[in-house]
Design a protein around this ligand. Structure first.
Ligand code: ZN
Ligand code: ZN
Length: 127
């Protein structure tokens, strides 16, 4: 494993923040100033292919990278912008039974308010 890949891997493994490639690049650069954005993108792609990390497509912003390989769902908080893990459990089985299909993989991105923001006075409001 290259030093660059090792560094990127550690950055992702040390947080549950679901960072974007750009955020990972900014952190990597503070450790290794010579690292290029293209190197970060290339290594992220390789790690996704090797199933070390998961890439999450988002309708609400750039793709994020996730260290958690266990099937789970995501809440995108409209208030603080965080992508939070939600584990419903059994959703794959439910889909397979209800829709009579075989699920190989899925991504479920929910838009709402996280548990911390839910209790705060709301800044944004939908009627
Ligand atoms: Zn929030
Ligand atoms: Zn996640």
């Amino acid at each position: 494993m290259t030093r660059q890949r090792q560094l990127i891997y550690e950055i992702i493994m040390n947080t549950d923040a679901h960072m974007s490639a750009d955020e990972i690049y900014q952190m990597a650069k503070s450790e290794m100033p010579s690292i290029a954005l293209g190197t970060v993108y290339r290594n992220l792609r390789l790690m996704v292919e090797d199933k070390e990390i998961r890439q999450i497509a988002s309708d609400f912003g750039p793709d994020r990278y996730d260290r958690n390989m266990i099937p789970h769902e995501h809440l995108h908080c409209e208030n603080c912008g965080k992508l939070v893990d939600i584990t419903l459990g059994g959703l794959k089985e439910l889909l397979e039974a209800r829709a009579e299909i075989t699920v190989l993989d899925y991504q479920l991105n929910i838009r709402g308010l996280c548990s911390a923001c839910k209790t705060k006075p709301k800044k944004i409001m939908y009627q």
